[in-house]
Design a protein. Structure first.
Ligand SMILES: [Fe+2]
Length: 336
């Protein structure tokens, strides 16, 4: 079964707020979790000319040949949703709330000094998910000769789309700006100079580098749990799911926080923020999370549920540490 999600105009607002007191997510999970996300037409400035972004992310669930006799039973949608609900109560969500609370409260007269080291970390961190996605995809490809032909292919048909999207490639359209270009545009519109200048003037982004090394180690070794290719692929799919699932909250809240800062600080400084990077991610991560969810449904056997849980917990722990560190940085620099 395949179905297409496209970004369309709609009136329903983003339903999750970073500073909500309740620990329970406001977003009700559905088979395609993104269906309740806010939809807006996104205007993306292409290299040649501005154009409307028409994303066509195609989510592929298990098909008629996925459950042939003799194959291990696949994990169910309900089992995966139960694991995602554990992430809702995890350390990363708490760290993201803390980061966004600190971000919204940075001092107006020191915003640049406070944000520079955080942008140095975010620049590395955001790019580091690309090799992480590639590693997850590779771990599934490496089950050639071990996993089922159809199941493996459907899982990969999902996984390739968010990775290609990082490089501006979406189904049925010309290649747009890469997400690195969009991040650079966002930075320049805020700070008034090139991202290259920040990178040249900054120390190595230690927190982001640590998280990248942890992600690479865990994804490429299946969390050091097993040398079995299928078990390592299940781990990678769980890890990928956790990245995409948490990124949905991360990017939605980051857009909300910067919009609040724009109102309180930046608009008064006559800054015209280029919102495309944040908007594309706030809108697109729900689709990516649906894709990560379905990649799991296509390949992971039900008796690998414990491996999925371990992978998701490993990312939750290390991603939380990263966000707690940059949340600290916001406060430390403001106090210095
Ligand atoms: Fe991206």
């Amino acid at each position: 079964m395949a179905f297409t999600l496209s970004i369309k105009a709609a009136s329903n607002p983003v339903v999750r707020a970073a500073s909500a007191k309740s620990s329970a997510p406001a977003l009700i999970r559905t088979g395609v979790r993104s269906s309740l996300k806010a939809r807006r037409n996104l205007v993306v400035s292409n290299v040649a000319a501005p154009s409307k972004e028409q994303w066509h992310v195609t989510v592929h669930g298990p098909g008629p040949y996925s459950d042939r006799a003799g194959l291990p039973q696949l994990i169910s949608k309900e089992q995966v949703e139960a694991l995602e609900a554990e992430l809702d109560q995890g350390a990363a969500i708490a760290a993201l709330r803390r980061f966004n609370d600190n971000l919204r409260n940075i001092p107006a007269d020191r915003w640049e000094a406070v944000l520079r080291p955080v942008f140095n970390e975010l620049c590395f961190n955001l790019e580091s998910f690309n090799p992480a996605f590639t590693s997850c995809l590779l771990m599934v490809q490496r089950t050639i000769g071990v996993s089922d032909y159809v199941r493996r292919d459907l899982a990969l048909k999902n996984l390739i789309q968010p990775l290609a999207g990082e490089y501006g490639m979406h189904n049925g359209q010309e290649q747009l700006k890469t997400h690195r270009e969009l991040f650079s545009d966002f930075f320049t519109s805020l700070f008034g100079y090139d991202l290259q200048q920040l990178l040249a003037d900054s120390p190595p982004p230690a927190a982001a580098q640590l998280l990248f090394s942890q992600m690479s180690r865990d994804i490429m070794t299946g969390g050091s749990l097993s040398n079995d290719a299928m078990e390592q692929a299940s781990y990678a799919l769980g890890y990928n799911l956790a990245i995409e699932y948490l990124a949905d909250y991360e990017k939605t809240w980051m857009l909300d926080s910067f919009r609040a800062l724009d109102e309180r600080i930046f608009s008064g400084l006559d800054k015209k923020i280029d919102w495309i990077f944040l908007e594309v991610h706030a809108e697109g991560e729900a689709e990516h999370a649906a894709i990560g969810h379905n990649a799991v449904l296509n390949l992971v056997p039900t008796d690998h549920m414990h491996i999925l849980r371990r992978a998701m917990a490993d990312h939750d722990r290390d991603f939380a540490a990263f966000y707690n560190r940059i949340a600290d940085m916001l406060v430390e620099v403001a106090r210095a």
